[in-house]
Design a protein around this ligand. Structure first.
Ligand SMILES: Cc1ncc(C[n+]2csc(CCOP(=O)(O)OP(=O)(O)O)c2C)c(N)n1
Ligand SMILES: [Mg+2]
Length: 922
């Protein structure tokens, strides 16, 4: 051991580093070091072996006097081991659970298991990189370690690989023993916030008996934490908080953090409450969002928004991320991402169990989706409805999912609000320093049932007996502050009474107002159905030939020294030639021209989804790569010098989180065309919650308008059950009250106008497009330049061949039109017109009726579709066609089927031919 190079000081950093290497790969170290650590491990699993004489080293010269004492390497190894052990597993014996009087004991942290004897306790030791390498007795060291890592806060951070981050956390926590060093004002403020939160809950409990509010009682400390967060924002450079949370404590957060007025909330609680019916169906009050500026104690403003939330737990998480990203863009903070902080508040049961949580964590460092770090709070009341943790998760903590992104995790005893305040401040500082997520897992309890109609004693009789005795958080905190001399008994007593009185006054006022306006409100309720605005009026989507040409040229021109793949080069050349010829513009060109012309008109575009840069079917090539060095070139970012951003992001392989994210983005950045593309349309059902709970219903529930575009590749081409259908029927079933637009388009120019129209009207509606696959390269699926310069979007496309007095009208939508037209031409059929429904919903019936006027005397109408009878547009269109024409439509399509499409290409072809033929002869 003589060769052990301790450098010229006790270099604990180095030892730590070597130790970690040894744990991972022992042979990577020199034999001396290996022997050292083997001895150390032996000591850890100790058998009272006396330290051997050979294992004693003397400190070299150059260290401070107290460190020149002989060092017993075995003792030192155990000391380093103890430091490592406390840092790693100290949290397992932290006092986290407020319902347990004593903290748990982890046998791995007993003196014996750490390798010490009682006699070692008074021996001096070097503390390595704990407390900057001091000297203290083993007893003192263990006391400090215990105090730091086993108090009201349990810290998990050794899963973080980056030394800088770990050192940062140690430097913040170890010198203070993780104790809050708060000013008297901060402590009193925390007490006031908790007292207000408690009083508010108790007030609702007694004034609105049995009304659902999802009481926060037991977890009121979260209010002090969120308040501390708001208070710290200005000094941290944070201007805005974008928050998402579920039901529990939501009302409390709304009034005590976000700034919704008590008046307003009490009005909503009234049994006479009638929402403004001109604004849709509304939602229950514990789902509603709100946003406002809050003024901190230093007079600075922080904007706080709480996103509206459906019942589906955790579904709001990606939406909040998208909103935060949009807000960052609004504040032009797209590099550092520090001005806006996303905050997500989770329930313990939902946090570990809902898969979208993992999907969202996975976005945290992705270029197109990162938001500079999210603060996650878990209101860990150790129960989910009636389910206890042992049935709710296979992991130790509900927060274990966060380890996947190496987020530091703080478990905090919720009955210690000062610890929560300290940890919250630290979490924000960490987030601002590193741009990473942080998790604060607040252990608390649920003083009542799951909701106000639930009797918890049915399933948790013992727990609820215990809880009945448990003091209120404000009482515990007040006692502590009184003991510390920060507060008097009288002041403490007044807090609750004063706030209670002000709530009483507000309630009296609200009730008075309510009586006075009752009649007026009832009249309003009777008067109105909900019909949000929609218009078929042509939007100015055509562009001049010059502008179009400029864009087309930029799209097909690449820099001189760029080595483009020859196939793509040829494609671009053909596109440009066709443009000059004025015809033959394909789907990819239609889409790129839509994006390019919008960018030219200063409208930014964001396209997100799996492999969207190239496009699943290689039709887009939004990013070109140099063949020699893979340098990217994005033609749409080179349309004009001052153009806005064209953002195209290959997403992670997620539908739920990504669509939620892009939906959130579209809400808060309506000036941007936001598109999400599914790899194949069927995969959209992985995001069904976002479609049902947000996209189709948010206008009615929350008056939130999104202009998001969904591109869902759809079409029956023999690729089997999973790659044929974007499930248009699902969207059609969800259509009502002008909530969404559902299209199945057949020409590039139609796509061009539909996309541009999204940004050229004075209202926003989600647009669902069944987008093509084989049509991307179909020789007939092309448009002329004049279709872009003169046309407009047509909800229904009349037959371009204008047959004279047809006896039969075939209605269809999407790709099957080309099959129908081909057969008609081949068979020289003259008595049949083919009419395309390009936009199913809102259906332009006036336009349809106008088209029908051209065809007086038709006798039969057919609805032709590729999809099975129980899918596609049939059930949606049949009654409408019958009502408009007075003729019962004939069905030509696949038979009703459990699966969207067959697996065999041959059967597919037989079916396809049959349904096309059937359309003409049924
Ligand atoms: C996706 C989803 N599944 C089921 C429910 C029904 N549900 C509402 S609250 C709840 C328990 C939630 O427990 P936890 O996440 O711990 O939050 P807590 O109510 O304890 O605050 C359940 C199962 C739901 N709202 N969302
Ligand atoms: Mg819970």
């Amino acid at each position: 051991m003589k060769n052990l190079s301790f450098a010229n000081r006790w270099n604990a950093d180095l030892i730590d580093q070597y130790y970690e290497s040894w744990l991972r790969q022992p042979e990577s170290l020199e034999p001396d070091w290996r022997a050292f650590f083997e001895g150390f491990e032996l000591g850890q699993t100790r058998t009272d072996a006396a330290p051997s004489a050979t294992a004693t080293a003397t400190m070299p010269s150059g260290v401070s006097p107290e460190t020149t004492a002989p060092v017993d390497p075995i003792l030192q190894a155990r000391v380093i081991g103890a430091i490592y052990a406390y840092r790693g597993i100290g949290h397992t014996q932290a006092h986290l659970n407020p319902l347990q009087i004593q903290a748990p004991q982890n046998p791995r942290l007993t003196l014996d298991r750490l390798g010490f004897t009682p006699a070692d306790l008074d021996r001096p030791c070097f503390t390595g990189n704990f407390l900057q390498g001091g000297v203290m007795t083993v007893r003192e060291l263990l006391r400090r370690l215990h105090e730091t890592y086993c108090g009201s806060v349990g810290i998990e951070y050794l899963h973080i690989q980056d030394t800088k981050r770990r050192r940062w956390l140690q430097a913040r926590l170890e010198p203070t023993s993780a104790k809050p060093a708060l000013s008297r004002e901060e402590k009193l403020r925390a007490l006031r916030k908790i007292s207000e939160a408690e009083t508010f809950e108790q007030f609702l409990h007694t004034r609105y008996v049995g009304q659902k509010r999802f009481s926060l009682e037991g977890g009121e400390t979260i209010i002090a934490a969120l308040d501390a967060l708001t208070e710290r924002c200005p000094q941290s450079g944070v201007e805005e908080i974008v928050m998402g949370m579920a039901h529990r404590g939501r009302l409390n957060v709304l009034v005590n953090i976000v700034g919704k007025s008590y008046d307003y909330l009490f009005r909503e609680f009234s049994t006479n409450y009638i929402p403004d019916t001109t604004h849709g169906d509304g939602d229950v009050k514990y789902h509603l969002g709100y946003e406002a500026d809050q003024t901190t104690s230093t007079g600075k403003k922080v904007h706080i928004g709480l996103a509206a939330n459906p019942s589906h737990l955790e579904a709001v998480d990606p939406v909040v991320q998208g909103k935060a990203r949009a807000r960052l863009r609004r504040r032009e903070d797209m590099v550092e991402r520090k001005k806006v902080v996303p905050v997500l508040i989770h329930g313990d049961a939902a946090f570990i169990a809902q898969g979208v949580v993992a999907e969202v964590f996975n976005l945290s460092r992705l270029e197109g989706y990162r938001t500079g770090g999210t603060l996650h709070f878990v209101i860990n009341n150790q129960i989910g409805f009636t389910t206890e943790p042992k049935d709710a998760r296979s992991s130790m903590y509900c927060s274990d999912i966060a380890k996947m992104i190496e987020a530091p995790i703080f478990h905090v005893n919720g009955d210690d609000p000062l610890a929560m305040v300290m940890v919250t401040q630290l979490a924000l500082d960490y987030r601002q320093a590193f741009g990473d997520d942080v998790v604060i897992d607040m252990f608390c309890y649920r003083r009542h049932g799951h909701n106000e109609g639930d009797e918890p004693g049915f399933t948790q009789p013992t727990l609820y007996r215990l809880l009945a005795q448990h003091p209120y958080i404000s009482q515990t905190l007040a006692k502590r502050l009184i003991a510390d001399g920060d507060l008097t008994e009288e002041q403490a007593a007044q807090l609750h009474a004063q706030f209670q009185q002000s709530l009483d006054e507000i309630l009296t006022r609200v009730r008075k107002d309510e009586d006075a306006t009752k009649e007026e409100r009832q009249k309003k309720a009777r008067s109105g159905g909900f019909r949000p605005y929609y218009s078929f009026e042509a939007a100015p989507t055509a562009v001049t030939r010059e502008n179009l040409e400029r864009v087309a040229r930029s799209l097909t021109t690449i820099p001189d020294n760029f080595n483009l793949n020859p196939k793509i080069r040829r494609q671009l050349e053909t596109k440009w030639e066709n443009f000059q010829k004025g015809e033959g513009l394909d789907w990819g060109m239609g889409e790129a021209l839509a994006f390019g012309t919008l960018l030219q008109e200063n409208i930014p575009v964001r396209l997100s989804g799996q492999d969207v840069e190239r496009g699943t079917f290689s039709h887009r090539h939004a990013v070109l790569y140099d063949m020699t060095n893979r340098a990217p070139y994005v033609p749409l970012q080179n349309i004009s010098p001052n153009q806005p951003r064209f953002c195209v992001h290959n997403s992670s392989l997620s539908e739920y989180a990504i669509l939620g994210f892009d939906y959130g983005y579209s809400l808060d950045y309506p000036e941007m065309l936001c598109l999400w593309e599914a790899q194949f349309g069927d995969f959209a059902n992985g995001a069904q919650v976002i479609i049902d709970q947000f996209i189709t219903s948010s206008e009615s529930k929350w008056q939130h308008n999104s202009g998001i575009v969904l591109l869902l590749p759809h079409g029956y081409e023999g690729q089997g059950p999973e790659h044929s259908s974007g499930r248009v029927e699902r969207f059609l079933q969800a259509c009502a009250e002008n909530n969404i637009q559902v299209c199945n388009l057949t020409t590039p120019a139609q796509l061009f106008h539909a996309l541009r129209r999204q940004m050229k009207r004075n209202f926003r509606k989600p647009l669902i497009i069944m987008s093509p696959k084989s049509l991307l390269r179909h020789k007939d699926c092309v448009s002329r330049v004049s279709d872009f310069t003169d046309g407009r979007f047509q909800e229904i496309l009349d037959d371009p061949t204008t047959p004279k007095s047809p006896k039969r009208l075939i209605f269809c939508s999407g790709k099957v039109y080309y099959d129908l037209n081909a057969l008609r031409t081949e068979s020289n059929i003259r008595n049949t017109a083919i009419i395309r429904v390009e936009q199913f919903y809102p259906l332009n019936t006036e336009l349809l009726q106008g088209i029908l006027k051209n065809y007086a005397g038709f006798e039969k109408i057919v609805w032709c579709q590729e999809e099975p009878r129980n899918m596609g547009g049939w059930t949606f269109m049949a009654p409408i066609l019958e009502q408009i024409t007075g003729i019962k439509p004939i069905y030509a399509g696949r038979k009703a089927s459990a699966s969207p499409a067959c697996g065999s290409v041959n059967i597919h072809k037989i079916e396809q031919d049959a349904l096309v033929e059937h359309s003409f002869n049924a």
